[in-house]
Write a protein that binds this ligand. Structure first.
Ligand code: OFO
Length: 172
């Protein structure tokens, strides 16, 4: 049995995942405008992934006789001062999502809800991977530096990372 407290907390998480999807979509659009095709592809894939995270909770709520609510998503920022700033924003957002998932796990534990606890472990692992990925991207950007040609090389690197991430995705 899943309590109303857990169901409400899961619906709140739907909002955060939905916001992440639109935030990354907005970033993809900015990258396209800046001529950063590799970064744009990366952000489009991330955006689709976050939508999948949101839908996973939708389906779980239906399975446990809950009612998933389509969230009201605040408009994300659509201007970024640099690629570095954009990826820092992603990293900070992912840390926020991790905190929220940890909070959800604590609620499930308090409610003695083992099914939701087990369901959430997928998110716990996903967040660890996402944070590590964003940290490695920020490190790479720092290594490449901010010389005149750096944007070209940053974009190439992100395109490579995106291809590796896409290849690692399980077949739909
Ligand atoms: Fe779903 O928040 Fe990122 O991964």
């Amino acid at each position: 049995m899943v309590s109303d407290v857990v169901k409400a907390a899961l619906n709140k998480q739907i909002g955060l995942e939905g916001y992440a999807s639109f935030l990354y979509l907005s970033m993809a659009s900015w990258c396209d405008r800046e001529g950063l095709a590799g970064c744009a592809q990366f952000m489009h894939r991330q955006s689709a992934e976050e939508r999948m995270h949101m839908l996973k909770i939708f389906h779980y709520l239906a399975e446990v006789d809950g009612h998933a609510l389509a969230p009201a998503v605040p408009q994300p920022p659509h201007e970024f001062s640099s690629v570095q700033e954009m990826f820092k924003t992603v990293y900070v957002h992912e840390q926020k999502v991790t905190t929220s998932i940890n909070h959800l796990v604590a609620i499930a534990t308090k409610e003695d809800d083992h099914a939701t606890y087990a369901f959430l472990q997928w998110y716990v692992n996903e967040q660890r991977e996402e944070e590590a990925l964003m940290r490695s991207i920020l490190d790479k950007i720092k290594l490449i530096g901010d010389g005149p040609q750096s944007l070209y090389f940053i974009d190439l690197e992100i395109a490579k990372i995106n291809a590796a991430e896409a290849a690692a995705e399980p077949e739909a």
